[in-house]
Design a protein around this ligand. Structure first.
Ligand code: 5AD
Ligand code: SF4
Length: 531
């Protein structure tokens, strides 16, 4: 270990201390009980620990405690970030790829960094510490992130004091770690999705160890609550409800990168939502790889119960959730959504394929017919719902006939929008080992045909809204034009409305004047503050 910034600290944690902490994490206290509003006593299989207690124990060993300003400081008032970086007011930048789960993780990373005393940098170029939170879902996502790792080599050459960390889904894969060791020795720290709450300790190691620090856990031994979270400005907040996925779709890397399903305790979720409401947040999105699986091991309390309890929290006006698995979407859940006015009328139901053969090869656990039955329930119980989906084309052995089944399903359902992808083999998944006779050009041609169909449907669905007045949550200025604001309907459609920043972040009504494939254009009907 090199002479580090803490060589003078009263008691720098020994590797032994780290080892002991790791051993303690392995223990399973068995039954943990907690009473939640509206929920029965829960039986938990995975221990729950509080972030504050864990961080405090580690920081105390280094002589730091939480100051009145919410920053870890030593007796001399120096922040932990300053001690690590050896300079005044160091800044950090977190770049995120991937889904909302990764976005939420990055908010927890940034929250910890701010608590350490790092300032927020606007870009990697200005930062003293750069974190790349990566996605592994498709080859392109992985290539983007690794391309950025390569690009930052130059940055480190110009500013050698900069520390570079790579984390997220991609680093859960040993092949990524091997790649980084071999090809990117300028990376200082590699960690994964299961230990992001350990950032104070990880950064300590990254700053004192000369070689690349690699600390990736294979599984999550516990659920960590109360992480400090730096949320994006506005009225909307993410709330994790379930981590991981047990579904094992044959194309999907997620079980490898995010581990087994773990539901948070209802009481913890509700406490977080109540705290958010108290801070003025009015929209929450409940997050999980498969939110419908919520509650396994919670004694019968399920996602419908959770939605109902979250809807009881005063101050929360809109509730969203993502992502759903059609297999676990019960009629009871559709009924609950229909009966809770706060739950937005948006169903994202990834179908992946319209062919029963392909669905079976994908191990999706539903058929075209059972998927269509779910769509019927939605149409019957929530008539104006927006329905969106994800589709993969070019799955191994997908024939032209299979693909046409997908096209016909897309026509039959009339999705408001679809996220469409060419199948990308992911190392370690079942499908990646299968022969794939479908040539790449055919896959791309299928994607183009699917997109052409879906774009026409999306445009038609948007056009049907022209002339209507809809409820929206006005967000911030659009990226392209500062005199235009983006707004979202309950159905999660994007509406562009003229307006300045003083009109941002409020609920309002918008009259729809024009429709394009991806967006609606309209104008706000209410005066500011009227909503
Ligand atoms: N190849 C292509 N698309 C994929 N997705 C997940 N794994 C793959 C893969 N290996 C898509 C699915 C999923 C969405 C998040 O990404 O459509 O619903
Ligand atoms: Fe990407 Fe999946 Fe990880 Fe989300 S969970 S960041 S989509 S690999």
């Amino acid at each position: 270990m090199a002479e580090g910034p803490f060589a003078h600290a009263a008691s720098a944690p020994s590797p032994g201390a780290v080892g002991r902490a790791r051993a303690a994490r392995g223990t399973r206290p068995g039954h943990d009980r907690l009473r939640a509003e509206g929920a029965a006593l829960q039986r938990l299989e995975i221990p729950v620990v509080a972030y504050e207690a864990r961080a405090q124990a580690f920081m105390a060993e280094l002589g730091f405690s939480l100051g009145a300003d919410g920053v870890w400081r030593d007796r001399a008032g120096r922040s932990y970030a300053e001690a690590l970086a050896g300079r005044g007011r160091p800044t950090a930048f977190v770049r995120t790829w991937g889904c909302q789960m990764n976005e939420a993780d990055s908010e927890a990373l940034l929250g910890q960094l701010l608590q350490m005393g790092f300032g927020e940098a606007g870009s990697a170029e200005e930062a003293d510490l750069v974190l790349l939170n990566t996605c592994a879902v498709r080859g392109t996502a992985a290539e983007h992130a690794l391309g950025e790792v390569g690009r930052l080599k130059e940055l480190k050459r110009e500013r050698p004091h900069v520390r570079l960390a790579v984390c997220g889904c991609l680093t859960q894969m040993p092949e990524t770690v091997a790649y980084l060791r071999e090809r990117a020795p300028h990376v200082d720290l590699v960690f994964g999705t299961h230990n992001l709450h350990d950032l104070p300790r990880l950064l300590y190691r990254a700053y004192v160890e000369e070689a690349m620090t690699v600390d990736v856990w294979e599984a999550a031994p516990e659920t960590v609550e109360h992480l400090p979270v730096r949320r994006a400005p506005g009225l909307k907040a993410w709330v994790n409800v379930i981590y991981g996925c047990d579904k094992h779709c044959t194309y999907c890397i997620v079980p490898r990168t995010r581990g087994r399903e773990r539901s948070r305790r209802p009481g913890d979720v509700l406490a977080e939502v109540e705290a958010l409401a108290a801070q003025g947040y009015q929209e929450v999105t409940l997050l999980g790889q498969n939110v419908n699986a919520y509650g396994k091991g919670l004694g019968g309390y399920d996602f419908a119960d959770l939605l109902r309890d979250v809807a009881r929290v005063p101050g929360i006006r809109w509730i969203r959730y993502t992502t759903s698995h059609p297999r676990d979407f019960t009629r009871r859940l559709v009924e609950t959504i229909a009966s809770e006015p706060k739950v937005c009328e948006h169903f994202h139901l990834p179908v992946q394929s319209g062919s029963d053969h392909v669905l079976r090869w994908m191990n999706r656990g539903y058929t075209r017919a059972s998927y269509l039955r779910l769509i019927e329930w939605v149409r019957e119980l929530v008539p104006h719902a927006t329905i969106t989906t994800d589709i993969i084309v070019g799955f191994p052995r997908e024939t032209e006939a299979d693909f046409r089944e997908t096209l016909s399903l897309v026509e039959e359902v009339g999705f408001d929008n679809a996220f469409t992808f060419v199948y990308s083999p992911r190392a370690g998944t079942a499908a990646a080992r299968w022969e794939d006779p479908v040539p790449a050009e055919v896959k791309h041609e299928r994607l183009a045909r699917l997109n052409e169909l879906q774009y026409a449907i999306s445009r038609r669905k948007n056009e049907a809204l022209v002339g209507r007045t809809v409820e929206v949550l006005v967000e911030g200025p659009s990226r392209k034009d500062p005199h235009v604001l983006t707004a979202r309907t309950r159905g999660n459609r994007l509406v562009l409305v003229p307006g300045g920043p003083e009109q941002a972040w409020r609920f309002a009504r918008a009259r729809i004047a024009a429709a394009e494939t991806w967006t609606l254009r309209g104008e706000l009907v209410d005066a500011p503050g009227a909503a």
